[in-house]
Write a new protein. Structure first.
Lengths: 352, 83, 402
């Protein structure tokens, strides 16, 4: 199963919206929470509709619109979205009122905006798109499930293109709770020195990344997705290696054909040990760059990674802001990421 | 009615609209401001919250909420009944 | 490799709802007109004694004992495990390591039944509230509690598209089998009653203060329910070894979007029409081939007229028999597609047509009426099951006799 990445749209902590030159300037943020660099949404969304959209919906809609604009497509043949946390802000607003007002005088807006499929639903509403519309909400597999659904739709032959993407946000409430679970570093860590900090935890991230995937190639495609594979709760590093090797074998890719690996190193020592071990074994001698220092850690961060991989393949080079040592032309990129050592995913992309 | 207009704008998150620009007789639903059924539910709660008035019959909604003026008249009528 | 005409079979069913804790009990209730709708007993809410709901009649403690899971986890997961386990055992598949098995579940608010209690304390003081109450808040976390207990890890995912969630999870699973990524899948959904959803729906003023009357001219709204429903889907090669056990085939499915309003359905039922039409097209069937429609039929003014109009447009001039089993189980949100898939599979296997309870006056503007009598004497070859939700998400499934 293949899919061509024909267009992208990305809102992240970096300056990624509006298709500026790939990561020419990096954004530095300190603390353990990376906030998105957001556009003026009123340029994309009618003011009458904006009032019914919380921040995460605006992020998703704007990223989707930017993607469709780049593709020159008014109405995609299907819309598939992934979100692990859903619409947290509205969920929090409704819950708070429910608790503090003792279930009295509650209003519907926050409730109807809290359902996970609101993002995909609002995109469809805006575009008047009556086609297939699905939302995956499975933690660190939310984006990958959406991608898989999209790739299956393309293979089934009833659609020519699919708008697929993911979005997750951080709110004050979610950050406070996830911090209590010990997910994040304490204190003032700059994302630029994320990997120098050996304390446990990562930095929280958020973002919206959308892709227009097509069955057939066309001019100006970013890259082709050769394969996607996910595996759940691997028993040990041996299983991780085995899964990676059998994935590559299944799509007939030899290890030395890979020019670059984008890895999901999060800054958490325990979790990152897996990347170190794999880097010394299966991926020995293959250049690797991390990406979570750019976007933070969140269940659907692979959307950012796919955007980055696609951009690198399109230009053929790794931006100098990320790495100056790797000088060869990049034609084949493997993305390997895991979320809390529970959700592991592999994506292989090639130039086309 | 000026206060009521401000409350409507706030309750319905009509960020782009200046309360003073809403005409007293301007239709609120479908045309005019273009509000919908969810907004109607919000306005029902607004009546309760700000004016302690319960719209007992939901079918009266379209009449009561036709314009700011009809809303104000309903409020005046029911507030005097309560007093 | 994708095989478009590969058949996908139903090999097992499992269900828990307000009308029964398992398939046999639910069928008994359906046949004896015993609805599960009544006053709220478990939730601590101001709406107690005002809004009727359809509660599963087992406590978390009893569910925990039956499933082997902890009593302290989300009820959503406990209900899910009850039904998924029944479906799995019903299928009786060999514990073969060579069968690539997936678990695709669905729910609308995950572990909110526990999280809403956490937030009551948290909002007073962000350092308060037991973390154990939110650790499985996410929709996907609930799924994983069950997948882990069932020992399924080859492929696990969760869908959330409001009321069409588990219909979507079922046909996503079927497609995974057709793409030769899985041999077997347990698919469906679950949802537990929560104050969050009860209050949310109440603000929309679409809850009936009496037991609901779907497809009745004087219907006043829906009753929320809880439960879980799963079916076990298998590929043709697996099905070949279990011919007698099979319930039927999933012969058609479609997902379309109404794109009309965030919560209300369009008056002409555009999304519903497209979903039903698409499912028919995929199955290769004509509208007149459908013997029974298990309606989405929530009992709200809006859904029933919208769905009814779409049915009129698609099926006229002759209409199949139809009914809404939500008149028994209430509207179980994320579980409804799964629960109704179980009823549909049983319908094609045993020729059941379920009654639509409390129907006094059929909707006057529609040229058909729902069935009010339980039937099992006519041959049922094809059943259409509808699930339409917020966000315009409309899905229809077609189950066919072998």
């Amino acid at each position: 199963m293949k899919a061509y990445i024909h267009a992208t749209g990305n809102i992240s902590a970096q300056k990624t919206f509006g298709h500026p030159p790939l990561l020419q300037v990096l954004v530095e943020q300190s603390g353990n929470r990376m906030r998105c660099t957001e556009p003026d949404y009123s340029a994309f969304i009618d003011v009458k509709m904006i009032r019914r959209m919380s921040r995460i919906i605006k992020m998703g809609v704007a990223a989707a619109m930017e993607c469709l604009q780049e593709a020159g497509v008014k109405n995609p043949d299907a819309i598939v979205t992934g979100t692990a946390y859903g619409c947290l802000e509205d969920t929090g607003i409704f819950l708070k009122k429910m608790v503090q007002q003792n279930e009295e005088m509650l209003t519907p807006t926050a409730f109807i905006q809290s359902t996970h499929n609101t993002i995909g639903g609002q995109i469809a509403l805006l575009l008047q798109c009556h086609r297939y519309n699905n939302t995956f909400v499975h933690r660190g597999f939310s984006f990958e499930s959406a991608l898989l659904d999209a790739m299956m739709l393309l293979e089934e032959g009833n659609v020519n293109n699919v708008l697929a993407g993911s979005v997750d946000e951080i709110t004050d409430i979610s950050h406070a709770i996830l911090s209590r679970f010990g997910l994040y570093k304490n204190g003032n860590v700059s994302n630029n020195s994320l990997y120098n900090d050996i304390s446990g935890g990562s930095i929280a991230g958020e973002g919206a990344a959308f892709f227009l995937l097509t069955r057939d190639p066309s001019k100006n495609d970013y890259a082709v997705i050769d394969g996607l594979h996910t595996f759940y709760k691997p028993a040990n590093i041996i299983e991780v290696s085995g899964q990676i090797l059998s994935f590559l074998e299944n799509i007939s890719c030899k290890i030395d054909e890979i020019d670059l690996i984008i890895i999901g190193k999060s800054g958490d020592e325990a979790g990152d040990a897996i990347y170190t071990q794999i880097g010394q074994s299966v991926f020995a001698n293959i250049p690797a760059i991390p990406y979570k220092n750019l976007c933070g850690e969140y269940p659907t961060s692979n959307g950012f990674a796919l955007w980055l991989a696609a951009g690198i393949i399109k230009s053929g080079n790794i931006p100098s802001t990320l790495n100056t040592a790797i000088t060869k032309k990049i034609k084949r990129v493997l993305i390997y990421n895991h979320y809390q050592n529970i959700h592991h995913s592999l994506l292989l992309l090639s130039a086309c | 009615m000026a206060d009521l207009k401000k409350q409507i704008v706030e309750q319905l998150n009509l960020q782009h609209i200046n309360p003073e620009s809403i005409g007293d007789d301007q239709p609120l639903f479908v045309e005019g401001l273009g509000l919908d059924s969810i907004d109607a539910l919000e306005l029902i709660v607004l009546l309760q919250k700000q004016y302690n008035i319960k719209l007992n019959n939901a079918e009266d909604g379209p009449k009561v909420f036709r314009s700011v003026k009809t809303m104000a008249e309903y409020i005046t009528a029911h507030q005097s009944q309560q007093a | 490799m994708y095989t478009s005409n590969a058949a996908v079979y139903i090999a097992g069913v499992g269900i828990i709802s307000a009308i029964g804790n398992n398939t046999k009990a639910c069928l008994h209730a359906l046949e004896h007109y015993e609805a599960g709708i009544g006053p709220i007993t478990s939730l601590l809410t101001i709406h107690k004694n005002i809004l009727p709901v359809a509660e599963v009649k087992l406590s978390n403690k009893e569910l925990a004992e039956a499933t082997g899971l902890s009593e302290k986890i989300s009820r959503t997961a406990l209900l899910s495990m009850m039904a998924a386990k029944e479906a799995w055992e019903d299928a009786g598949l060999p514990h073969s390591k060579n069968l690539r098995t997936g678990f695709i579940s669905a729910n609308s608010v995950g572990g909110m039944d526990m999280s809403e209690n956490f937030f009551a304390e948290f909002f007073n003081n962000p350092a308060r509230g037991k973390l154990s109450q939110v650790v499985n808040h996410e929709c996907g976390a609930v799924t994983e509690l069950v997948a882990d207990k069932l020992g399924i890890k080859h492929y696990v995912s969760t869908i959330s598209t409001a009321c069409s969630s588990s219909a979507n999870s079922i046909f996503f699973a079927a497609r995974l089998i057709k793409h030769n990524l899985l041999d077997v899948a347990i698919a469906g959904g679950t949802d537990a009653l929560t104050k969050f959803t009860l209050n949310g729906f109440n603000t929309l003023q679409i809850l009936d203060k009496d037991p609901c009357t779907p497809f009745d001219e004087n219907r006043k709204g829906l009753n929320l329910g809880e439960g879980a429903g799963y079916i076990v889907l298998v590929s043709e090669s697996v099905a070949n070894e279990m011919k007698d056990k099979l319930y039927g085939k999933l012969s058609g499915y479609c997902n379309a979007n109404d794109a009309h309003h965030q919560t209300a359905s369009s008056p002409d039922g555009a999304g519903s029409f497209l979903a039903m039409k698409g499912a028919l097209a995929l199955s290769g069937l004509k509208a007149s081939d459908i013997d029974y429609i298990n309606l989405h039929g929530t009992g709200t003014y809006n859904n029933d007229i919208s769905e009814g109009t779409a049915i009129q447009r698609l099926f006229e001039p002759t209409y199949p028999k139809m009914s809404s089993t939500k008149s028994f189980t209430g509207h179980t949100l994320g579980a409804s597609g799964g629960i109704e898939a179980v009823f549909s599979a049983l319908s094609v296997k045993h020729n059941f047509i379920y009654p639509n309870l409390r129907l006094h006056t059929p909707i006057q503007s529609l040229p058909f009426a729902a069935e009010t009598v339980f039937q099992k004497n006519e041959k049922i070859n094809h059943v259409l099951s509808n699930s339409f939700g917020f966000g315009g998400n409309c899905s229809s499934l077609i189950f066919s006799k072998l």
